[in-house]
Design a binder for this molecule. Structure first.
Ligand SMILES: [Zn+2]
Length: 289
């Protein structure tokens, strides 16, 4: 932000601090890594405006990929304080040692889905490290999905019924194996806006305001919104973006649901098609995917 706006915002924050009666007040999410543009000007408590919508405008699904990680507790706090429930697509390698977060998410009404064991590209076997599992076929795809589901169940979650392929990398073979395991595809992006899959682009180093704008613009009844529960400032910005998103939901009469509509495939798997269906413009490069 411009330097001249900061005194104005500090004054506004002080004013808000004086008018918190009747509203939920919590400490804002902050990090030592925060930039001045991302830090709350007051450094003090922030007033939250929870969801109060009457649902007359319909429902949206908020989804968060890649957790549980360092800021998952803060994300769960903010979702609770804003009156939101969400769908989480978690990876097995992040679940180890974080069973308490699995149980908390379930207890607070969230739905847990499968995001593979190793965050592997299910079409190629490429791991986040850049290494590639060889050979790569049905057995390896099945293992990636099966292990993550089993871990979620072992930590107290219901058997997952949804999966989201890392990087949006999916093809007929992957989906066939997933279906055999009782998993239904939920894509993170579609071919175009008509698919109702809203990508927040929150892994791309953008501000909370930009994340919120990416969501609020296309958000409507039936939208499935993709955000990330990843690492560092990107996730803090995603958490901070939830308030303006809730404000827009209240204005539009939208509520949050964890019931994912059956056509959440983003049309990536056309009947009869074979091979990878991810368009070349897909955000494959996203580190968090
Ligand atoms: Zn991912």
């Amino acid at each position: 932000m411009s330097r001249w706006r900061r005194p104005l915002l500090v004054a506004l924050a002080v004013l808000l601090g004086l008018t918190v009666a009747g509203h939920r007040v919590v400490s804002d999410v902050r990090s030592s890594a925060a930039t001045s543009a991302d830090r709350l000007p007051s450094g003090g408590p922030v007033e939250l405006r929870p969801l109060t919508s009457d649902c007359s405008g319909g429902h949206v699904v908020l989804s968060f990929d890649d957790g549980p990680r360092q800021h998952t507790g803060e994300l769960l706090d903010r979702l609770r304080d804003l009156g939101l429930t969400a769908v989480f697509f978690w990876s097995g390698h992040n679940i180890e040692g974080r069973g308490e977060l699995v149980r908390r998410a379930v207890a607070e009404g969230h739905l847990l889905g499968n995001h593979t064991q190793s965050h592997a590209d299910l079409t190629t076997g490429e791991l986040p490290s850049g290494e590639r599992v060889t050979p790569w076929g049905d057995a390896q795809i099945r293992e990636e999905l099966r292990r993550a589901s089993e871990l979620l169940v072992a930590k107290g979650a219901p058997e997952p019924e949804l999966y989201r392929p890392p990087y949006g990398a999916v093809n007929q073979q992957v989906d066939y194996v997933a279906r055999e395991l009782g998993l239904r595809l939920v894509m993170s992006f579609g071919r175009d806006a008509s698919d109702g899959l809203v990508d927040s682009h929150d892994t791309e180093g953008i501000s909370a305001e930009e994340i919120a704008a990416n969501v609020i613009g296309p958000m409507r009844d039936g939208s499935i919104i993709t955000m990330h529960d990843g690492l560092g400032q990107a996730t803090l910005n995603s958490i901070a973006a939830l308030q303006p998103i809730v404000d827009a939901m209240n204005e539009r009469g939208l509520c949050a649901t964890t019931e994912v509509r059956p056509d959440a495939t983003g049309r990536m798997l056309e009947p009869g098609a074979s091979g990878a269906q991810v368009p070349s413009s897909a955000p494959k490069a996203s580190a968090n995917g």
